[in-house]
Structures are given as structure tokens and as C-alpha cells.
Design a protein around this ligand. Structure first.
Ligand SMILES: [Zn+2]
Length: 196
């Protein structure tokens, strides 16, 4: 069995989580944050989510569905946001998780928009529509990390890994490993746990 994974998903996407659980040979923790942790101490909240939910996982598989955008509001996304923050959090006794965004079938055409010819360099770049209209900020900001002065984002410029549902199901371990390796990569120094 490969890396231990935590799955972060919205209730309406539970069937996909079950599908992963039942059909793919993934070493996963079957837990989900479903109540607020009351504290003024942000470090305590992060530690508590790690201890009680994420446990010893090293990769968080984040399911990106049709109800997963930042634009839908904080109340709608509070649990997934907390799960991703705790995943990104490097605390005492834990190292942050790699983040693998799996784009569910209903979101494929909204996220993967094909390619375009760049006005700056004349090359072809892929258009991956990751922003507040498709994902929560915890994912989008660590996918398109600020401070990149190139006209595109290469693999080394992103912390989050993204893959479409079918590709993920065909080769889950490849993408899980890719997300796992990001934890030790240079770009991990730029991770943002609490995006504004
Ligand atoms: Zn370019």
C-alpha cells in the first residue's frame, strides 16, 4: 500500500469518495471534519484537526466538485477549508501534506479549458481555470502561488497537484506520489496556509 491519504470532500460528492474507497487500492483514513473546533488558539485548532482527523496521512486528496468554490461563501466551505489548512500546516510533530486536487466529472470542462497561444512568449500554455469560481482559496493560491514572474506556471511553480477524475482513477498512485514529493520540494517553502 502506498502513501496514507486523507480525503477532503463535500457531502454531495460522497459517492466519489466511496468509489475511491471501494474500487481503488488506496491507503486511506476514513474520517471527515464535521464539527467546529471551538478555540481562539489557531495552532490548537490545527493540531486538533491533525490529531483527530488527518492523523498520520501525508497526502490530502481534495475532491473538486460543483459546490466547491470560494464564491459560494465561507459557511458553505468551512469544513473543507479547515481540512486543507490543517493539511498545509507545518506544526510541531507533523509535516504538511501534499495536496492532490481531483477534478470531478461535473467540473472537468470548467477547470480544464484547453490551451492558448501566449501573447508574451508565443508558446502554447494550458489554461487551467483554478480560482474563486471553481475552488476554495486554500487550493487555488497554492496552485498559482504568488510571486511567479513568468508568463506561465510550470510544475515547479505549483505546490498543489491537479488531475481529472478519469486520469486519477486510471493511475491513482502516480498522482498521489507526485503530490507527496511536493512536500520536500523547493516550492513548499512558499505554501500559504491561511489565504486572505
Ligand atoms: Zn508565455
Amino acid at each position: 500500500m502506498g502513501r496514507k491519504c486523507f480525503i477532503s470532500f463535500k457531502t454531495e460528492d460522497e459517492s466519489y469518495k466511496k468509489c475511491i474507497q471501494d474500487n481503488l487500492n488506496i491507503n486511506m483514513i476514513d474520517k471527515s471534519l464535521n464539527e467546529a473546533i471551538e478555540s481562539e488558539d489557531e495552532d490548537y485548532i490545527m493540531r486538533k484537526i491533525r490529531e483527530d482527523y488527518l492523523c498520520d496521512s501525508t497526502v490530502t486528496i481534495h475532491l473538486i466538485g460543483t459546490r466547491g468554490s470560494e464564491d459560494l461563501g465561507l459557511e458553505e466551505q468551512i469544513f473543507v477549508k479547515r481540512e486543507l489548512q490543517a493539511s498545509l500546516y507545518n506544526g510541531k510533530g507533523n509535516t504538511r501534506n501534499g495536496i492532490l486536487g481531483v477534478v470531478l466529472p461535473g467540473m472537468i470542462t470548467s477547470v480544464f479549458r484547453g490551451s492558448y497561444t501566449c501573447k508574451k512568449c508565443g508558446e502554447t500554455h494550458n489554461w487551467v481555470n483554478v480560482n474563486d469560481s471553481t475552488t476554495i482559496k486554500e487550493f487555488s493560491i497554492n496552485y498559482y502561488l504568488p510571486g511567479n514572474d513568468k508568463c506561465y506556471y510550470g510544475e515547479e511553480d505549483r505546490y498543489c497537484v491537479i488531475v481529472g477524475w478519469d486520469d486519477f482513477c486510471a493511475n491513482p498512485e502516480i498522482y498521489i506520489e507526485k503530490a507527496f514529493k511536493k512536500r520536500m520540494s523547493k516550492i513548499s517553502e512558499k505554501v500559504i496556509v491561511y489565504p486572505k
